[in-house]
Design a binder for this molecule. Structure first.
Ligand code: NAD
Length: 361
């Protein structure tokens, strides 16, 4: 059955990596009807609005979108379009898988999925200046809001993910030793949910964020699924993508109850825009997470295998991976590496939580 998905090509390198992704999915036989919509600078130019209602309405209708990077116009009055999308659709879980593709480096065995709370914490937008004497900006206050409901749903997502993907351990990262109320609440909820999942074979540990930052570079191989609050997740997920080859390989999924938006973690790469040399891997991997989400996991696995084989072969890789290939030549190589499905019917995988390779079996 064909599925309608909103495609937002985005700004900068967005349109070229979106083209590459659409090509790879078509070559793999994905049955998707793309509903192409604008957001970001492209939408500002066409509709004088970086987040047109028609785009929001299309996402509301389909419930699924694949999004290229967006440039938020500089200047007063423009909120980040990405943050606005998360808020509009209450996309509470940001899922960022990272694993090593080319072995032989320092971190051969990294295979981590970070689940970041995406709507609360220091990003809830509760900020203001405090006037003291004549100075209206003598101080500033940003409030980190952590709710029991918000913590519960994202931590539960991380545990459900671990079960669905045959993973063994969830590490909850916090700063409850200092922020005893907000971070303490997150940890308390985590411990309760962990007890529920223990009989299902999921181990649990908690780590303080500063120690975690160090442990990730010393012993990343001991981590499996990580769940944490918004700001810590933002920082640690970039640290983790640095362990496995950089932003050009980092996909992300933003999951809500009624909608899910899949994207590359990187931005619009203005330095590469229009040159045809961007690495499309992150968006292709994000599209694989989308296929997982749509119940087409076997096809997602085939595409991931072709992409990884192309990167490992190293003949047709883009500059950021040490090669000289253009976006188009790299995409050609991925398409050529796609294997046919094992049988005509084996491509319909079961529904799975969007993520990285499945460790079951
Ligand atoms: P960036 O991710 O665009 O670029 C950082 C560096 O990584 C650059 O050197 C760039 O060339 C390189 N890079 C990024 N993607 C690459 C790819 N696919 N292939 C090869 N190299 C790649 O970050 P930035 O320069 O800080 O931000 C540029 C713009 O992107 C800003 O307007 C920012 O707001 C926006 N942004 C958007 C998103 C999003 O839409 N999700 C995320 C981050 C930044």
């Amino acid at each position: 059955m064909r599925t309608a998905v909103v495609l937002i090509p985005g700004d900068g390198i967005g349109p070229s990596i979106a083209d590459a992704t659409v090509r790879v999915l078509a070559a793999a036989g994905a049955e998707i009807d793309w509903d192409v919509r604008l957001a970001g600078l492209a939408a500002l130019a066409a509709h004088e609005n970086p987040m047109p209602d028609s785009t929001l309405e299309a996402i509301r209708r389909t419930g699924v979108a694949l999004k290229g990077p967006l440039e938020t116009p500089v200047g007063e009055g423009y909120r980040s379009v990405n943050v606005a999308l998360r808020k509009t659709f209450d996309l509470y879980a940001n899922v960022r898988p990272a694993h090593v593709i080319v072995r032989g480096g320092r971190f051969d065995t990294v295979d981590i999925v970070l689940v970041r709370e995406n709507t609360e914490g220091l990003y809830s937008g509760a900020e203001h200046y405090i006037k003291v004497g004549d100075d209206p900006r003598a101080a500033a206050e940003s409030v980190a809001i952590i709710t029991r409901t918000g913590s519960e749903r994202v931590i539960r997502y991380a545990f459900d993910y671990a079960v669905a993907h045959g993973r063994r351990k969830v590490t909850l990262v916090h700063k409850a030793n200092i922020l005893k109320y907000s971070q303490g609440l997150f940890l308390e909820v985590g411990r309760r949910i962990a007890a529920e999942f223990e009989p299902r074979g999921i181990a649990f540990e908690d780590r303080i964020v500063d120690a975690m930052a160090m442990n990730l570079v010393l012993h990343p191989e001991v981590f499996d699924v990580i769940v944490t609050t918004n700001l810590f997740g933002d920082i640690l997920s970039d640290e983790i993508s640095g362990l496995v080859g950089g932003l050009g390989l980092a996909p992300g999924a933003n999951i809500g109850v009624h909608a899910a938006i899949f994207e590359a973690v990187h931005g619009t790469a203005p330095d590469l825009a229009g040159k045809g040399v961007a690495n499309p891997s992150a968006l292709i991997l994000a599209a694989c997470m989308m296929l997982d989400h749509l119940g087409d996991g076997a096809r997602a696995d085939r595409i991931r295998a072709a992409l990884e084989a192309t990167i490992r072969a190293g003949h047709q890789v883009t500059r950021d991976l040490g090669g000289t290939a253009t976006t188009e030549a790299f995409t050609d190589a991925v398409v050529a590496a796609l294997r046919p499905p094992a049988s005509a019917t084996s491509d319909a995988g079961g529904r799975r939580l969007a993520g990285s390779r499945d460790r079951r079996g």
